[in-house]
Design a protein around this ligand. Structure first.
Ligand SMILES: C[S@@+](CC[C@H](N)C(=O)[O-])C[C@H]1O[C@@H](n2cnc3c(N)ncnc32)[C@H](O)[C@@H]1O
Length: 310
């Protein structure tokens, strides 16, 4: 019912979101109405692309084991460090952070934290609750996601953000606007700072770089490089597999050890520093995940800070 409504909003689209997943082999032109504008046709075709069809299938079949119901512990721990400042350090605004969860970082006195004026980007955002959490820490949060169903679910589940399903479309991206949040529906690899209406002070990459085809990693990093403001920070969370030779090749999530992070980012002239922050074994933290990864001995979560030159 919900999907039919969205299809109507798109302008008499002749198929539903589900059909993107089910009709991967049919031509894009068979899946939209001739009266649909060129921009909307492009959006419909996007979900049927080689890159996005497997994800459309996952969302349609609710195979979204990557989605966490709670705010990611990494962003709770480190987000305040980058997005707020203590009142002693001075700030550009005088807004005191009210959310109790804001100051979990051990070196923060939560009563003294003050929000800095910040623009935050979340690549390949899915329907992560981290987006909502970040709206408490930043002035504006922008996410990009290829699958419409994910954004529809986000709008419904995070109703307090008033994300409208009446979207606008520009440059091949459909924009879902809410309070302090914009969600762009389209292909991440087509994104640039014009389409995001500016660059970002902070980027939170969790389960995103590990999700894409390893052949596209170089292009993935270049897009982030174009979106990160001078002096900005990427908080990067990747997974490193350890197990049989076969299990090492599988994904998503694809394995990204520290050496790969460094190979990808160190040669970029805009990178000032790459700092390894922590490593935890997800199979120890969440023993229930062992069922999802029976061939792995370890699934390490690695966290990095990547800083851009000022
Ligand atoms: C593993 S999920 C991670 C979602 C989110 N970061 C989280 O922590 O829950 C990867 C997401 O990227 C989306 N995605 C994959 N390739 C994409 C692309 N080329 N452009 C936009 N979104 C894409 C998928 O639909 C999926 O929702």
């Amino acid at each position: 019912m919900r999907t039919v409504l969205i299809s109507l909003l798109l302008g008499s689209c002749s198929s539903t979101v589900q059909s993107f997943a089910n009709a991967a082999t049919s031509t894009a032109s068979s899946r939209y109405d001739e009266n649909m504008s060129d921009d909307k046709k492009l959006l419909v075709a996007d979900e049927a692309s080689e890159k996005l069809t497997p994800w459309a299938n996952r969302w349609t079949n609710n195979h979204i084991g990557f989605h966490l119901n709670d705010v990611n512990p990494v962003i709770k721990k480190y987000g305040p460090r980058y997005l707020t400042t203590s009142s002693d350090e001075g700030s550009t605004t005088s807004t005191v952070v009210k959310n109790d969860e804001v100051c979990d970082a051990p070196d923060h006195d939560k009563n003294k934290r003050i929000k800095r004026a910040k623009r935050v980007f979340v690549p390949l955002c899915g329907k992560t609750v981290d987006l909502a959490y970040l709206t408490d820490l930043a002035d504006e949060v922008v996410g990009v996601e290829g699958i419409r169903m994910a954004l529809e679910q986000f709008a419904e589940e995070q109703a307090q953000l008033n994300v409208s399903l009446e979207t606008t479309t520009k440059d091949g991206f459909e924009k879902f606007q809410g309070d302090k949040i914009s969600l762009l529906k389209g292909d991440y690899f087509e994104l640039d700072a014009t389409k995001t209406e500016g660059v970002f002070d902070f980027i939170f990459d969790r389960a995103s770089m590990v999700a894409i085809d390893p052949k596209l990693r170089e292009a993935y990093v270049d897009v982030l490089g174009n979106l990160l403001a001078p002096g900005g920070t990427i908080l990067l969370v990747v997974l490193e597999r350890q197990g049989s030779e076969e299990a090492m090749k599988q994904g998503p999530p694809f394995t990204i050890p520290e050496a790969t992070v460094r190979e990808l980012y160190e040669p970029k002239e805009w990178v000032e520093s790459i700092t390894f922050l922590e490593k935890t074994d997800q199979l120890e933290e969440k023993p229930e995940d062992k069922e999802r990864y029976p061939d792995l001995d370890h699934l390490y979560e690695l966290v990095f800070e990547i800083k851009r030159k000022a």
